[in-house]
Design a protein around this ligand. Structure first.
Ligand SMILES: [Zn+2]
Length: 56
């Protein structure tokens, strides 16, 4: 069991709980919604690489 990141309730951390580590689909959805709203600008996840395409 882990604490639900959203509400702190004990949440089952097992394949039986598709919402893990959240305790319920509601908590999972709410948390994801907040994430989408507050951090809509997701930084580029691709690693930085030198621009060597037009560098000659
Ligand atoms: Zn919860």
């Amino acid at each position: 069991m882990v604490a639900c990141p959203r509400c702190g309730q004990p949440a089952l951390y097992a394949p039986a709980n598709p919402s893990r580590p959240f305790c319920s689909p509601r908590c999972k959805q709410v948390d994801f919604g907040a994430w989408a709203n507050e951090e809509y600008r997701v930084p580029d996840a691709t690693p930085e690489r030198p621009q060597d395409d037009e560098t000659i």
